[in-house]
Design a protein around this ligand. Structure first.
Ligand SMILES: NC(=O)c1ccc[n+]([C@@H]2O[C@H](COP(=O)([O-])OP(=O)(O)OC[C@H]3O[C@@H](n4cnc5c(N)ncnc54)[C@H](OP(=O)(O)O)[C@@H]3O)[C@@H](O)[C@H]2O)c1
Length: 300
C-alpha cells in the first residue's frame, strides 16, 4: 500500500526503507531539501510540504508520523488534519504520552479521521531485525494500517493491544522496564569494574549470554560496547531520557502501584546529569554543623 510519512530521522528513515523493501510505497515529507533527496534515493516519493504529501496519496489516505513527542506531533496534526478527508488514518509511531493520544484520537474523530497510536520499538536495528509494534486504536482503523505494521514487525512482533491510547500505554511501560533493566546491568557491571579481580567485562557479558538467566539483547549490546571501548572512556556518564520513564512512574503513583526499581532508575538518570549536586552540599554542610564532621573544600 501507499503511505505518507512525516519524519525521516533515525527511526522514520529506516522504517520507510523497510516498508519499501516489503513492497509498499512511501511519500515522505521532510522539511530539509537534503533529507528529501535522501528519501528519494531510498525509493520514496519526496514531498516539500504537507499539502504536497496529501496530494500524492489516494483515499483512504494513511499518514504515519515519526517525529518527536509533544509539539512536533501537535503541530503536524494541526497542519495535516484540515487537509485530510473523512476515513483517512493518522498514525503516531513515536513515543507520545498515551493521554495525549487519547485526546488527539477524540479531536480528529470530530473531523471523521481515524487515529492509531503505534508504539514502536527496535531502534536503529529495526531495519534489519524488524520493529516490535504495539498498536492502539479502533479495529477498522488498525485493520487499515495492519499491512504496514506487519511489514515493519518480525514474525510475532505486531499486536493490536487495545483502543486509542493502549498502544502508547504498552510502549510507555515497555520503556519503563527498559530503564530498570539498563540500571540493573549498569550497577552489576559497575561493581564488577571495581572488583578486586581484573575482569574482562566483554567476556563476562558474552559468558552470560550463553545459558544464563540474565542473557538478553541488551547484554549482546553490552558485549559490543565493551569490545569497542573496554573502559567506556569515550562516553560521559550523562544519561538522557525521552519521557516514558517519567510517565511510567507517574502512572504507577496514580494507580497506587509501587514501582521502586523503575522510579530509582529514573532518579539515577537525573543524578547522572549533575556534575555536583546542591543537595549533597547541604548534607555535608549540616553534618559539619551538627557533628563537626570533615568536609572537602570546593575544588579538592
Ligand atoms: N531512536 C530510537 O531508538 C527510538 C525508538 C523508538 C521510538 N522512538 C521515537 O520515534 C520518534 C522519532 O524518533 P527518532 O529517533 O527518529 O528522532 P530523530 O532522529 O530526531 O528524527 C526526528 C524526525 O522528525 C522530524 N521533525 C521534527 N519536528 C518536526 C516537525 N515539527 N515537523 C516535521 N518533521 C519534524 C525531523 O526533521 P528535521 O531533521 O528537519 O529536524 C526528523 O526527520 C520519537 O517519538 C522517538 O521517541 C525512537
Amino acid at each position: 500500500m501507499r503511505v505518507g510519512f512525516v519524519g525521516f530521522g533515525r527511526m522514520g528513515g529506516n522504517m520507510v526503507t523497510r516498508l519499501i523493501q516489503h513492497g509498499h510505497e512511501a511519500v515522505v515529507y521532510a522539511r530539509r531539501p537534503e533529507v528529501r533527496v535522501e528519501a528519494a534515493a531510498k525509493g520514496a516519493a519526496p514531498a516539500a510540504s504537507l499539502a504536497e504529501l496529501v496530494g500524492q496519496l489516494r483515499p483512504p489516505r494513511v499518514v504515519w508520523m515519526m517525529v518527536p513527542a509533544g509539539d512536533a506531533v501537535e503541530q503536524t496534526i494541526a497542519d495535516l488534519a484540515p487537509r485530510l478527508a473523512a476515513g483517512d488514518v493518522l498514525v503516531d509511531g513515536g513515543n507520545s504520552f498515551y493521554k495525549d493520544s487519547i485526546r488527539r484520537a477524540e479531536a480528529v474523530k470530530r473531523r471523521g479521521l481515524h487515529y492509531v497510536d503505534a508504539g514502536t520499538s527496535g531502534g536503529i536495528w529495526g531495519l534489519a531485525v524488524g520493529y516490535c509494534m504495539m498498536v492502539g486504536g479502533e479495529p477498522d482503523a488498525v485493520r487499515t494500517v495492519e499491512p504496514l505494521c506487519r511489514a515493519l514487525a518480525p514474525e510475532g512482533g505486531y499486536m493490536h493491544v487495545g483502543p486509542s491510547g493502549a498502544g502508547h500505554y504498552v510502549k510507555m511501560i515497555h520503556n519503563g522496564i527498559e530503564y530498570g533493566m539498563l540500571q540493573a546491568y549498569a550497577e552489576g557491571f559497575g561493581v564488577l569494574h571495581a572488583a578486586p579481580f581484573k575482569f574482562d567485562l566483554r567476556a563476562i557479558a558474552a559468558l552470560w549470554n550463553h545459558g544464563s538467566v540474565v542473557r538478553s539483547w541488551l547484554l549482546e549490546l553490552a558485549e559490543r560496547a565493551f569490545a569497542a571501548d573496554p573502559e567506556i572512556r569515550g562516553i560521559r556518564g550523562y544519561v538522557q531520557d525521552s519521557g516514558e520513564g517519567w510517565w511510567t512512574v507517574q502512572e504507577a503513583i496514580e494507580r497506587d502501584v509501587p514501582a521502586p526499581v523503575i522510579t530509582l532508575s529514573l532518579l539515577q538518570r537525573l543524578r547522572s546529569r549533575e556534575d555536583e549536586d546542591f543537595g549533597d552540599k547541604v548534607i555535608a554542610a549540616l553534618r559539619q554543623q551538627f557533628g563537626g564532621h570533615a568536609v572537602r573544600a570546593t575544588g579538592t
